[in-house]
Ligand binder design. Structure first.
Ligand SMILES: *Cc1c(COP(=O)(O)O)cnc(C)c1O
Length: 240
């Protein structure tokens, strides 16, 4: 890529990040919190390392990748000394071995079967893996994840797994026509988060409520998200 194009994209990222931070701060205030209560993740799928590193230079301290292989092919080019990596995409059981110990959290745990495999591979490496449980909050057939009404029973089972530590919940709500509709899904998620917290289950922490993407992170924060995952609003539209 030409130098001038790279510079222009650097500037775009800088400007986008400024706007995102302002929006996060405002939504945090509007929900009775402050900007520091909300963790911004930069979602880096399809983004070249040079631009990811620029975001890291601008203060991004958490990135999310969807695919094990894409992450591993980029990793050696990334400046991760002060930046954590989470896996946020669907994880096949046969890839668990490749990711355990390589990210600080797996946000996309969508079945007990997967949680068991992560526990097994973590134990084999003598590590504990932090996970979020992905909730299919819109009951969408096309999506994986725990159904809200199954969550408590599933948590009971997952809490018995020694080498995984549940840190909270993650969701991608259905595509909505209106902000009102989106906020209902986010508020349902927040209610689940609060209800599970109140149960004080052994070995289950409800520290992180990961929801909100480029199009709806303000709505998600207003309803209680404390981690938002933002890709295109930061890096520009993805080219596949
Ligand atoms: C791609 C992706 C995002 C970011 O989406 P944008 O709309 O580009 O912000 C967030 N979460 C998950 C799980 C994703 O796959």
């Amino acid at each position: 890529m030409e130098k001038s194009l790279i510079d222009r994209r650097f500037e775009d990222i800088e400007e986008n990040l400024k706007v995102i931070r302002e929006n996060i701060a405002q939504a945090a205030l509007d929900s009775g919190r402050t900007a520091s209560d909300i963790h911004l993740m930069a979602v880096t799928k399809t983004v070249e390392p040079i631009f990811i590193n620029h975001a890291i230079e601008l203060g991004i301290d958490l990135i999310g990748e969807n695919k094990v292989q894409e992450l591993e092919s980029k990793r050696e080019h990334l400046h991760l000394e002060h930046c954590d990596v989470h896996l946020i995409g669907h994880l096949q059981t046969n890839k668990v071995k490749k990711i355990v110990g390589r990210v600080s959290m797996i946000q996309s745990v969508d079945s007990i079967h997967l949680a068991r495999e992560i526990a097994k591979q973590s134990a084999a490496r003598s590590v504990t893996t932090d996970i979020l449980l992905e909730v299919n909050i819109g009951h969408e057939e096309s999506k994986s994840g725990f159904l809200p009404e199954q969550l408590v029973d599933s948590l009971a089972e997952i809490s018995s797994l020694d080498a995984v530590q549940v840190q909270g919940l993650m969701a991608i709500p259905p595509i909505c026509d209106s902000e009102t509709q989106a906020r209902k899904f986010f508020s349902d998620m927040h209610q689940l988060f609060v209800d599970i917290s109140a149960k004080k289950l052994d070995n289950i922490n409800m520290n992180i409520l990961s929801m909100g993407m480029s199009g709806d992170y303000r709505a998600a924060i207003l309803e209680g998200a404390n981690l938002v995952r933002i890709g295109s609003a930061l890096f520009g539209a993805r080219k596949y």
